[in-house]
Design a protein around this ligand. Structure first.
Ligand code: NAD
Length: 400
């Protein structure tokens, strides 16, 4: 049975809420012209899904990718709805994107795409309505172009209209590492609950924003990261990798597999390593029906979005593997975005230590909410969805 339906049944709340949560409130789809640097004009498709706003303005990223389409943004905005609710944020779920491959365009062309995207959506977004942030192939610079366009159209400074901005353009110190830092806080809570020692090996798939920051923070705190990988493959050392040296190495744009102090492993093999903890922090659909049985880790933390398919989730549960779900593990990113939004609305500037402290409060609260639903009979994922839907249902009851 569907996770939402199952949670609604278990909580005994009105079935209408499940029905409401199966459909987006609003999906905006548009095409717009892009004048290329050579004078040629092409047309691009843009999307924004505002999935559910019962808890507040919609919140979620914007991705620039050739695979972006209506279905993808709707699905991702649905995930954001449950994530924001679980994190206790005053937000609904949103997601958007433009269907193109930015790697084939110049910086000035990408700037024009970013500003056109905002012009097309201006009437439907804003600090009290829908607040976008970076996602795949968008970054702080793209947010700066977008907020600049938004402010020009609004005729006033509305920095809380976008989050993930550059720190010196009203962004938040610590936003860049926040998803990895948040995942670390969840790992600490789980390790404490299940008595997992610092000597236990941790494998991380992905060495980008999330994977690299998480590996760094784990290493700084004395944990043993035995494997990491990027798109070219992975590197393994049973005694623990020298993460600061590996980060330095990766900064010189070399693949992690070329790092000398470790053995090469493929991305497939990395998932199957004999270690206590596995963290998929790269892509979706990495643990599937065909490889779920080969996972030897006892704990899997979903730092990426949707890294485990529903069939694989079932197999892992049957094999006694504890899975900590994405809506919990990676909600540190949107939680830091929330802090940026509050900072902008207060006209405040938080220092880095204050951000880390506030982020810990949000992550600890999210984990407590999961524990308040958790029993031996249900998984962490089921408990997380129940906690999320309990809060959503309380807000939805005022709508119909
Ligand atoms: P990123 O682009 O910075 O890094 C992705 C990493 O995955 C890179 O190291 C890349 O080399 C690696 N990779 C690519 N293809 C791979 C493959 N086939 N096998 C193994 N590794 C591969 O992205 P990110 O921001 O770190 O995001 C990673 C995941 O976390 C995504 O699922 C994203 O949706 C999710 N997430 C990110 C944030 C955030 O704040 N960045 C927040 C929430 C969720």
């Amino acid at each position: 049975m569907d996770l939402i339906q199952e949670s609604v049944d278990a909580l005994g709340v009105d079935k209408k809420y499940a029905e409401r949560l199966e459909h987006p409130e609003r999906v905006i789809e548009f095409t717009f012209p892009l004048r290329k640097d050579d004078g040629d004009v092409i047309f691009l498709k843009g999307f924004r899904s505002q999935y559910n706003s019962a808890l507040g303005p919609c919140k979620g990223g914007i991705r620039f990718h050739e695979n972006v389409d209506r279905d993808e943004v709707v699905l991702l905005s649905k995930l954001m709805t449950f994530k924001n609710s679980l994190a206790g944020l005053p937000y609904g779920g949103g997601k958007g994107g433009v269907q193109f491959n930015p790697k084939q365009f110049s910086k000035t062309e990408i700037e024009r795409v970013s500003k056109s995207y905002v012009r097309n959506l201006f009437k439907f977004i804003g600090p009290d309505v829908d607040i976008p942030a970076p996602d795949v192939n968008t970054n702080a610079e793209v947010m700066a172009w977008m907020v600049d366009e938004y402010n020009s159209l609004a005729g006033r400074k509305e920095f809380a209209s976008f989050t993930g901005k550059p720190v010196d353009f009203n962004g938040l110190k610590g936003r860049g590492e926040a998803t990895g830092r948040g995942a670390y806080f969840i790992m600490m809570s789980v390790f404490k609950r299940h008595n997992i020692s610092k000597k236990a090996g941790i494998a991380i798939q992905g060495f980008g924003n999330v994977g690299m920051n998480l590996a760094r923070i784990l290493h700084e705190n004395g944990y043993k990261v035995v494997a990491v990988s990027d798109s070219k493959g992975g590197i393994y050392n049973s005694d623990g990798l020298d993460i600061p040296a590996l980060i330095e190495f990766k900064r010189s744009r070399k693949p992690v597999q070329e790092f000398e102090k470790g053995d090469k492993v493929s991305n497939e093999r990395l998932l199957e390593l004999d270690c206590d903890t596995l963290v998929p922090a790269a892509l979706d659909n990495q643990i599937r029906r065909d490889n779920a049985d080969k996972i030897k880790a006892k704990y899997v933390f979903e730092a990426a979005n949707n890294p485990i398919t529903p069939e694989a989730d079932q197999i892992l549960a049957e094999n006694g593997v504890e899975v900590l779900p994405d809506i919990l593990v990676n909600c540190g990113g949107v939680s830091a975005s929330y802090l940026e939004w509050v900072q902008n609305r207060e006209g405040n500037v938080y220092d880095y230590d204050a951000v880390v402290d506030k982020l810990k409060v949000v992550m600890d609260r999210a984990f407590s909410r999961v524990l308040s639903e958790k029993t031996d009979k249900i998984s962490y994922r089921e408990a997380a969805y129940r906690a999320s839907i309990r809060r959503l249902a309380a807000a939805l009851q005022h709508q119909f």
